[in-house]
Ligand binder design. Structure first.
Ligand code: GLN
Length: 280
């Protein structure tokens, strides 16, 4: 079968299943299967695809038609300026989370060296992107998922920053190591009862561990803030990603715990998304 025909078939199947980027996804999946770039595919539509590759392609298209995110099918996702290896069991990095990187770069523009901690490091998208930008920063990441830590380690190696990364398998309650100039976290913050309202792609495929913020959505945020009081140096900062409707509550928790609110940053859809505070 010709590449062109296989793509056209896949496009129809994906469209029928309400996958918006059906053609693009079909091209990307076929390029994964035959291990060539998307550009190659577009320039070689008349080439034949062998039976084995075609069967693999069909499998991927079927999974995609059920809503499985492209990042899990291709095993990668771009975030900030880099490509991260992604796997099932790890949250797929979101463009809105790049706000944290922007803010860190702004705040520490003239600072050469700091020691920072990422709570719930996942694939390492936040931690490693910062380390790539700031060549003398030292980063520590913790996560309760071994799977995530393995992926993060791989990404650190690929991005050539592994000498500046320390990783620990721990939850925040049991982590007591070091004092940090900065703590960042994109913790699970979706209300337990809202999990079922998430998009199918997310709900059916992404790890609840990275999304479930308990009954009020704030249980993990509370833990992070609580522990940050002990793990931050004086005048150290805490930067948290929050849900669009959590500003008021999170501000209050922070102030109760002795943090001064420096800024609340909106995301690309004009929702409050990131809260910057300082330990006083
Ligand atoms: N922003 C994520 C979502 O869209 C939630 C991530 C989180 O809970 N930290 O589902």
């Amino acid at each position: 079968m010709k590449i062109d025909t296989a793509i056209k078939q896949a496009n129809i199947i994906l469209k029928k299943n309400y996958i918006k980027s059906s053609l693009l996804d079909s091209e990307i999946l076929i390029s994964k299967v035959i291990n060539k770039s998307r550009e190659y595919i577009i320039l070689n539509l008349q080439k034949e695809i062998n039976k084995y590759d075609y069967l693999n392609f069909q499998k991927l298209v079927t999974e995609r038609s059920k809503g499985k995110p492209m990042a899990y099918l291709t095993g990668k996702k771009y975030f900030w300026k880099y490509e991260f290896e992604i796997g099932e069991g790890v949250l797929i990095p979101r463009p809105d989370t790049e706000l944290i990187i922007e803010q860190v770069l702004k705040i520490y523009k003239y600072k050469k060296k700091i020691n920072f901690l990422d709570v719930g490091v996942g694939s390492g998208s936040i931690l490693l992107s910062i380390l790539k930008e700031k060549k003398e920063f030292l980063g520590t990441g913790i996560d309760i998922s071994k799977n995530c830590l393995n992926l993060c380690k791989k990404n650190a190696y690929k991005l050539k920053v592994k000498e500046r990364v320390k990783l620990f398998k721990s939850d925040i309650d049991n982590f007591n190591l070091g004092k940090y100039d900065l703590i960042i976290s994109n913790p699970p913050y979706v209300k337990k009862l809202d999990l079922k309202k998430l998009d199918k792609d997310i709900k059916d495929f992404e790890p609840y561990l990275a999304l479930n913020g308990g009954l009020d959505g704030l249980s993990e945020i509370r833990k992070v803030i609580n522990k940050a009081t002990k793990l931050t140096k004086k005048n150290g900062k805490l930067i948290l990603e929050i849900a669009f409707n959590q500003k008021k509550e999170v501000k209050k928790i922070l102030m109760d715990k002795g943090f001064f609110i420096e800024a609340v940053i909106k995301d690309y859809s004009k929702n409050d998304r990131c809260i910057i505070s300082k330990k006083i």
